[in-house]
Design a protein around this ligand. Structure first.
Ligand code: ADP
Ligand code: MG
Ligand code: MG
Length: 890
């Protein structure tokens, strides 16, 4: 006969904590606590399989269930010394939902079930406490009516409030037994009025009503939405726990409370929690009365004048302390517990691994490993890499009061305050005069790079999580709120307006890129702490990591941040970013708009010393670590002048008319620039560009060596090839330039030439490409665009429905599409290694900093991942976890 019900109580249980899938988290842990000999009120768990059965069979139960529930009820009653439904000695129970993963949206717990007009009299008599009995009954009527019968709880609260006012009472505890009796009459009348039928007076009917409501709540809209967001399958089902009641509302030696074995916000190893004397259930969190501290130390720190549990109930406290220590040792993790004290006797009602802040999770993992409770590898596995993000940026002091103006998308984490500027030049001017600013734009473009660099944070009113502003800000490690659609920016007037409030240029605001909030004025911040437990854990992670971790960096600031965060080199230096700054853009435009080679060479000659200095500085900072430089990649149109002023400036510099320049610019216009004149195509059409860049790299390396004594080995990377011939042509001019520089200077720079693999054809022809390429770096951004035929800049409008409908598991620009793009990568690796077994394999682009994608990189055996500097610690930890996961599978 199928077993649908598992009993627990009296120091034993049929279940255990490993049976979470069958019993739900709450049920499995109640069983485990009973097995550990802790005081758990007896009861039973109806399994998640019953829930599945229920929905597979038109909302009916397995035929054996009723008999099994009756038997378990009888057994629980025997242990507790009561009988369910008995008029003289009634057993009362709680009915509690509990699925595998704790899930908001499920039915709230019903307490005191089994009370009726007659059993309440028995309870009053046996306890000798009228007030307690009628208080319990009115709670039951209110809870049951609300969660099972769907009667609005406000109706009951109104009745109670009106009564308290009339009597001049301020607290619920002021009501006497006789008062509660009046309330019960009024509550029952209200139920009759709303439902047209009386409150159920048969305990069995009450019980099955509550069980049905728990299973019913599995399919309520709130639960369904939550499951969709958390990727929890509907097939899991929920369990139902039925448990003998214990009463925290029996008087001054009774209480109820919640506690953590460690402080969940700081991680400090101290019992932390709250309780209330003479209270029941969730009174502690409901805020009806101010809860009291559990320990005396916490009471003193909080400056509370209400006694702690340690002094009010010293014996129970001592027993509770032992139970919490036992549970933490047993589960080997910080526990979040619920308990009740009934006339001086402790009862444990729940335990689970406690939620905690990122900071606390670091401290707890490191301290537990140091104490030998867990291994260092387990400590590494316990930290969510994504949560580290919270720690790497300044954050708003949680105690500070926030005056939120608007909430947009949390596009890049951290927070910053500054005065509003509406364009990049103003941002630079503010920075130059030592003032902090926030760049506010409708959206940003590559021309705003210098303004973004100069500002503390960015706010845009348009664009999503992968908009230009979002991607660049994340790369720079600057806070960004994007897509704040309700803000209206008026560039001309120099104002922004939100919900009727207008801000002018120069007004101070704060952007919180972690929450998406825009806040009026400046606000207190907490600075990131990279020492202590953080440093220890990162060291442990590095000890188990196989892949290297590099950073995508081109500016000296980025490179320094990257090293501070532990990057082992630069995996992607995007040379075009160097072209946007200051006056360089004018020379770049000259080069692009020149009509012949001579004109281009003249402009390139102006750029050479600038690029050389850029590289020299970068090499100096990286002092001997590998630096991978990508030759010019973006479509030329990104550099074209737009405004009349810009055109006039370039025309003067080139000595041509503005009209001529305008027509040259329109010749360069492209319909699909991302599939157009870009990448190695530039170097093939205009070899002199690659030559200049190669010269700058070699000469920069020699210059840096003179300063640091360490010779870097530049890795020169050719973008967007789809076959070997393209690479060969560009490589030939790089090799020629290497010889030329060697002849001129007498210094030989060791270097390698490789390629981005970012087109499907390049993956397929990787064997041939590897004949010339000394390394591959998978450019998974472009490989995703070309593999799925989705332009990243245009994806926002349909990716939402695509992920909602389950066509794509997640945004493929955030987490690599393993099935498709991933297979292209695997093909590229396999074919490349066939030709060149030791070929160096990297990945650059957004995926290099995404934990799930990093896991994939480990699985397919990449040499290193490269990500934005601020994500380096996340990548180090994720790579360590991936290595441990792959190791444990093999
Ligand atoms: P949640 O999942 O929302 O935490 P619980 O099922 O844990 O709901 O119930 C909430 C509270 O109800 C518990 O913390 C406890 O105080 C009280 N409770 C539940 N079952 C019992 C019981 N058998 N006796 C006394 N109190 C109980
Ligand atoms: Mg609970
Ligand atoms: Mg690319």
């Amino acid at each position: 006969m199928a077993k649908w019900v598992y009993e627990f109580g009296d120091g034993a249980a049929e279940g255990k904590s490993e049976m979470r899938d069958l019993l739900g988290g709450k049920g499995a842990n109640l069983a485990e606590m009973a097995n550990l000999g802790l005081p758990v009120p007896p009861g039973f768990t109806i399994t998640t399989e019953v829930c599945t059965y229920f929905y597979d069979h038109g909302k009916t139960y397995p035929p054996e269930l009723e008999a099994q529930v009756n038997a378990a009820l009888e057994q629980a009653g025997k242990i507790a010394g009561h009988v369910f439904g008995d008029e003289a000695n009634p057993l009362l129970v709680s009915v509690r939902s509990g699925s595998r993963a704790s899930m908001p949206g499920m039915m709230d717990t019903v307490l005191n079930l089994g009370l009726t007009d007659s059993t309440v009299e028995a309870l009053a008599k046996s306890s000798g406490n009228d007030r307690f009995a009628y208080d319990s009954y009115r709670r039951f009527i209110q809870m049951y009516s609300n969660v099972v019968l769907d009667v609005d709880h406000h109706l009951f609260e109104d009745i109670l409030e009106t009564f308290k006012e009339r009597k001049g009472y301020s607290l619920d505890t002021d009501l006497t037994g006789a008062d509660w009796k009046l309330m019960i009459t009024a509550y029952k009348a209200k139920v009759q009025e709303v439902l047209g039928k009386p409150f159920p007076q048969d305990p069995k009917a009450q019980l099955w009503g509550a069980i049905g409501a728990v299973f019913g709540s599995w399919m309520n809209p709130r639960a369904i939405t939550y499951r969709r967001l958390q990727n929890i399958p509907a097939s899991w089902g929920t369990a139902v726990n039925v448990q003998a009641m214990v009463f925290g509302n029996m008087g001054e030696t009774s209480a109820t409370g919640v506690a953590f074995t460690r402080n969940p916000s700081t991680g400090a190893s101290e019992l932390y929690g709250e309780f209330l004397i003479n209270a029941q259930g969730e009174d502690v969190v409901a805020g009806i009365r101010t809860p009291q501290n559990i320990t005396e130390a916490a009471r003193i720190e909080a400056g509370s004048d209400k006694p702690s549990m340690e002094t009010a109930l010293p014996e129970v406290f001592a027993e509770f302390l032992r139970a919490t220590e036992l549970l933490e040792k047993h589960y080997r993790d910080m526990q979040d517990m619920e308990f009740t004290v009934e006339t001086g006797k402790l009862w444990m009602l729940q335990t689970r691994n406690g939620k905690r802040t990122a900071k606390a999770s670091l401290r707890i993992a490191v301290e537990m490993a140091n104490d030998g409770l867990i291994t260092r590898e387990e400590a590494v596995m316990r930290i969510d890499p994504a949560a580290l993000d919270q720690l790497l940026h300044p954050t708003i002091d949680p105690k500070a009061e926030r005056q939120v103006v608007v909430t947009g998308l949390p596009a890049s984490p951290g927070a910053a305050s500054g005065e509003i500027v509406f364009n990049s030049d103003d941002a630079e001017a503010a920075k130059a005069s030592g003032r902090k600013c926030i760049l506010v734009r409708v959206e940003t473009s590559p021309e705003d790079i210098h303004g973004m660099h100069a500002s503390e944070g960015i706010l845009t009113t348009r664009g999503g999580m992968t908009s230009h502003a979002a991607v660049v800000a994340r790369g720079m490690g600057k806070p960004c709120v994007s897509g704040a659609g309700s803000v209206r920016v008026d560039y001309k007037a120099g104002t922004m307006t939100s919900a009727g409030v207008t801000f002018k240029k120069g007004d101070i605001i704060t952007v919180d890129g972690t929450t998406g909030q825009v806040i009026k004025g400046a606000i207190a911040m907490l600075q990131p702490e990279l020492s202590g437990e953080f440093a220890t854990l990162m060291e442990w992670a590095d000890g188990v990591r196989r892949m290297g971790v590099r950073a995508n960096a081109e500016t000296p600031t980025d490179a320094r941040v990257a090293r501070k965060f532990g990057a082992e080199g630069i995996g992607l230096c995007r040379t075009e970013h160097m072209f946007f700054e200051g006056d360089r853009i004018v020379a770049v435009r000259e080069m692009i708009l020149a009509d012949d080679e001579a004109g281009r060479r003249k402009a390139l000659a102006k750029l050479l010393p600038i690029q050389r200095a850029d590289f020299a500085e970068l090499f100096e900072i990286m002092s001997g670590l590998p630096v991978c430089i990508r030759l010019l990649d973006p479509p030329l149109h990104e550099f074209l002048p737009h405004t009349d002023d810009e055109i006039a400036e370039v025309a003067t510099s080139l000595g041509v008319s503005e009209d001529k320049l305008r027509s040259r610019a329109s010749e360069l216009h492209e319909f699909n620039p991302m599939l157009g004149f870009r990448g190695c195509r530039l170097a093939i059409a205009f070899p002199e560009i690659a030559e200049m860049q190669a010269r700058a790299i070699f000469e920069g390396a020699i210059e840096a060596k003179k300063k640091t004594g360490a010779m870097v080995t530049p890795e020169i990377m050719v973008p967007l090839v789809f076959g070997k011939t393209e690479l060969d042509l560009v490589k030939a001019s790089i090799d020629a330039m290497a010889k030329a520089v060697e002849t001129e200077t007498g210094d030989k720079v060791p270097y390698s030439v490789g390629t981005m693999i970012e087109l499907p054809r390049a993956c397929l022809l990787a064997a041939e490409i590897a004949e010339s390429a000394e390394f591959f770096s998978f450019g998974t951004n472009d490989l995703t665009q070309t593999g799925l035929g989705i332009s990243r800049d245009d994806a926002a409008s349909f990716l939402g429905p695509y992920t909602a409908k389950g066509i794509l598991a997640s945004d493929p620009f955030v987490t690599i599409d393993q099935r498709g793009v991933g297979e292209l990568v695997e093909i590229g690796i396999a074919r490349g290694q066939k030709t060149r077994p030791a070929i160096k394999l990297g990945i650059c682009g957004e995926h290099g900093g995404d934990p799930a994608s990093i896991h994939f990189c480990e699985k397919v055996g990449l040499t290193y991942v490269s990500c934005s500097p601020f994500r380096v610690p996340i990548a180090r930890l994720a790579a360590a976890q991936a290595a441990l996961a792959v190791k444990s599978k093999s």
